[in-house]
Design a protein around this ligand. Structure first.
Ligand code: PLP
Length: 387
């Protein structure tokens, strides 16, 4: 099996349930990564598993996405459009986060007839050529340099910089932005800056594209982080928890805008497996589970509990948090590497961030219970004591 990590964690998984996964030897791990913000409704969620089993038995792949009427796609698209604000009334399904970003960038160029694309420094949007082009420089250069040439006419500006908004102009097709920067180590937006970003894009006719791939589906304490800040983008990219544990991505926009892909040229994006019915059935079941069990409403309280308990330890310099997405700052990468080893030994799965190797990640399933949070924080303290 191919690998791209030079130092994989190499923990074998036998089964996973709720907030935990287990090795063949029966060792239990607290999952503080949740497949990188994927397993929001908990591992082995009964309703999601049943939906997958039923859909797999009814039908799996029939025809390249968009040609047939497949109920799981139609129902899921309708439910998502109902939850997204105002004009975002249509969802185009793809396979992954990076593909959602590719589609959003193409749509911005196609719709505006412009070529310039802008992203933020320390942004991460995926690993395909287009998405990788949007990794902000100079930090992203470490990851991009060997793969150049990438997309032309791309530049990066500073997240939260009012001054840098001046660089968005009538040449700009789209501005791509995470609402909360994840791989930068959980960096929160200044709400006033988000408003100014929205205004600037509107003024110059550039499309504002929010990457809600990590922040969507309840992770930050609202179904979508854009709603938390009251900002309506022109395009939203979704993936990760969007598939309820199955691979699924989506691009939401206004139907008239998305319809640009149907002409000049037609088939503006084609994807064989995008919107796979089993994945859509899983995503829909996960969404219904979250709504029926008020999962999103509990996120802020649970996140605050982690923050309060973990921050009591004197090795913790700072916690940056949005809902149940936390970066625990230790200030030294040596601490972090050692801590990951200790975590592995005592049964905690965590990780650092692409652009921040001095903080560890807490992004468990949103279904984690308060008792589990307490138990987990006791273990985290024990691990921090050993540094
Ligand atoms: N955008 C953000 C904010 C992400 O965190 C990620 C993945 O970590 C992606 C895009 C890429 O998604 P995928 O790995 O499904 O291509």
């Amino acid at each position: 099996m191919g690998q791209t990590s030079p130092a994989p964690m190499m923990v074998e998984v036998e089964r996973a349930e709720g907030s935990f996964f287990y090795t063949p030897e029966g060792k239990r791990y607290f999952d503080l990564v949740a497949g990188v913000s994927v397993s929001n409704v908990g591992h082995g969620n009964k309703e999601v598993v049943e939906a997958v089993q039923k859909q797999a038995a009814d039908y799996m792949h029939v025809m390249v996405y968009g040609e047939m009427v497949e109920r799981p796609q139609v129902e899921y698209a309708r439910r998502i459009a109902e939850l997204l604000p105002g004009k975002l009334d249509c969802v185009y399904f793809v396979n992954s986060g990076a593909e959602a970003v590719e589609v959003a960038l193409k749509l911005a160029k196609r719709h505006t007839g412009r070529t310039e694309l802008i992203s933020m420094r320390r942004a991460y949007h995926g690993s395909t050529h287009g998405a990788m082009s949007m990794m902000g420089t100079p930090e992203g250069e470490e990851w991009k340099a060997e793969f150049r040439p990438l997309l032309p006419d791309v530049k990066s500006i500073n997240f939260n910089s009012f001054e840098d908004l001046e660089q968005i102009s009538e040449r700009t097709a789209g501005v791509l932005c995470e609402v909360v920067q994840g791989e930068a180590g959980v960096r929160l937006p200044n709400p006033e800056w988000l408003k100014a970003l929205r205004k600037k894009c509107t003024d110059v006719g550039a499309m504002l594209i929010f990457d809600e791939i990590q922040t969507g589906m309840g992770r930050t304490g609202a179904m979508f982080a854009s709603a938390k800040y009251g900002i309506e983008p022109d395009i939203v990219c979704l993936a990760k928890a969007f598939g309820g544990g199955m691979p699924l991505g989506g691009v939401a926009s206004n139907k008239q805008i998305l319809d640009d892909f149907t002409h000049n040229p037609c088939l503006g994006h084609i994807t064989t497996f995008g919107g796979h019915p089993v994945c859509c059935a899983a995503g829909l079941a996960a969404l219904n589970y979250m709504i029926n069990n008020n999962i999103v409403e509990q996120v802020e309280r649970k996140g605050a509990m982690f923050e309060e308990l973990v921050s009591k330890h004197n090795k913790v310099l700072e916690i940056r948090r949005s809902g149940l997405l936390l970066a625990v700052e230790l200030g030294k990468s040596e601490y972090l590497y050692r801590l990951m080893e200790i975590f592995k030994e005592i049964g905690i799965m965590s990780d650092w961030f692409l652009y921040c190797d001095t903080a560890f990640r807490i992004s468990p399933p949103l279904t984690i219970s308060e008792a589990e949070i307490e138990e987990c924080c006791t273990l985290i303290h024990e691990a921090l004591d050993r540094l």
